[in-house]
Ligand binder design. Structure first.
Ligand code: 13P
Ligand code: SF4
Length: 340
């Protein structure tokens, strides 16, 4: 988005958002405050031939004000790979920006916030993966995209929430070590059993602190209060949560599902940025339930996007060793090969 935006246009995009408390509301006065910053970012973006990629969990003013592409980690990694820009600003978390750098090593990749971790990516190191590989030499090591570059460099195939089950099924080895998400590991085991695929799946112990909050009791309560409600959840949730869900998918698959569903009422079990997107893009749908925020995704702001574009500090720059990038690219390319 590069044309000048006025406050009324921004207001018309954001007025339906009613996630959580007052900080998540966008009255016209707030839109009037936000638009000068949005227009300054869009102007600098044009001058510097920069691209802004935004994950669905970041704040609405970023998604609808300055981003060029918004989506899930698989979609955004493809945009990073295929873009012609000189600079990529990744409004998300560090592992996603690292993936962009691995796929576009000659571009400048910037991460606006310094609070850019992820409890999954931070749960395991490359050295720990190397030790696990020694213990399990016959297993194919499959890593979720929510891992550091160093971890990807030591694994064979990368997966995302939108392709994990199909890729694990296709890998020509019946011994898989999946990392770092314990719940996704358990969900893979259940899905392979459902598909009649026999594989030994081992997994490590990480969790997403946002998705592990959800419990089946919450869903049962919501279902009793709102009979007929459609329950949709992300595969980082516990298996017991998935068992109570009507649909499970990546963040992009969830919004796609809502867009096509004849249902009106949804209980959305993922980070509230997605709830905000559904409210903004499908205001006729009714959403019930949680407001759980990822503190890392929500640390991206218009202010830190502007400062990273104007005068990037060392903390904004993604730099990786060539050897790590080359090995990690092999792991990510294997994902693209399986999904081609
Ligand atoms: P998606 O790839 O589904 O967007 O998931 C990324 C993520 O971090 C979810 O917590
Ligand atoms: Fe990581 Fe969870 Fe935040 Fe996604 S929501 S970036 S998995 S901490």
């Amino acid at each position: 988005m590069t044309a000048t935006l006025n406050a009324n246009e921004l207001f018309s995009k954001l007025e339906s958002i009613k996630v959580g408390g007052t900080t998540c509301r966008y009255p016209i006065e707030k839109c009037e405050q936000l638009t000068p910053l949005i227009n300054e970012i869009n102007q600098i973006k044009k001058e510097k031939n920069a691209l802004i990629l935004a994950h669905s969990y970041v704040s609405p003013e970023i998604i609808y004000g300055v981003s060029d592409f918004v989506g899930d980690s698989y979609y955004l990694s493809k945009q990073a790979r295929d873009s012609n820009s000189d600079i990529i600003v990744f409004a998300a978390v560090k592992f996603m920006a690292e993936t962009a750098k691995i796929l576009s090593p000659d571009k400048t990749v910037l991460i606006p916030s310094q609070n850019n971790g992820c409890t999954l990516a931070d749960s395991i190191t490359g050295a720990q993966v190397a030790a696990l590989r020694q213990q399990h030499p016959n297993h194919t090591f499959v890593c979720y995209i929510n891992t550091t570059a160093d971890v990807k460099a030591r694994c064979e195939v990368c997966v995302t929430s939108s392709n994990v089950y199909d890729i694990v099924e296709k890998i020509p080895n019946d011994k898989i070590f999946f990392l770092p998400d314990r719940f996704m590991g358990q969900n893979i085991i259940n899905e392979m059993a459902r598909r009649g695929v026999e594989k030994e799946i081992l997994y490590s112990d990480g969790t997403c602190y946002v998705h592990e909050e959800y419990d089946p009791e919450m869903i049962q309560f919501i279902k009793s209060e709102y009979p007929g409600i459609d329950v949709i959840s992300h595969p980082e949730c516990k298996p017991e949560v998935l068992a109570e869900s009507d649909f499970v998918g990546s963040t992009s698959e969830l919004i796609n599902y809502v867009s096509k569903s004849a249902h009106k009422d949804f209980f959305v079990l993922t980070e509230c940025g997605l709830t905000g997107r559904i409210q903004a893009e499908f205001p006729e749908k009714r959403l019930v339930g949680t407001c759980t925020m990822c503190r890392y995704m929500k640390s991206n702001t218009l202010e830190n996007i502007l400062s990273s574009l104007k005068a990037p500090g060392p903390h904004n720059q993604i730099t990786l060793e060539r050897d790590v990038m080359d090995k990690a690219r092999g792991c990510i390319d294997n994902m693209f090969r399986y999904t081609a």
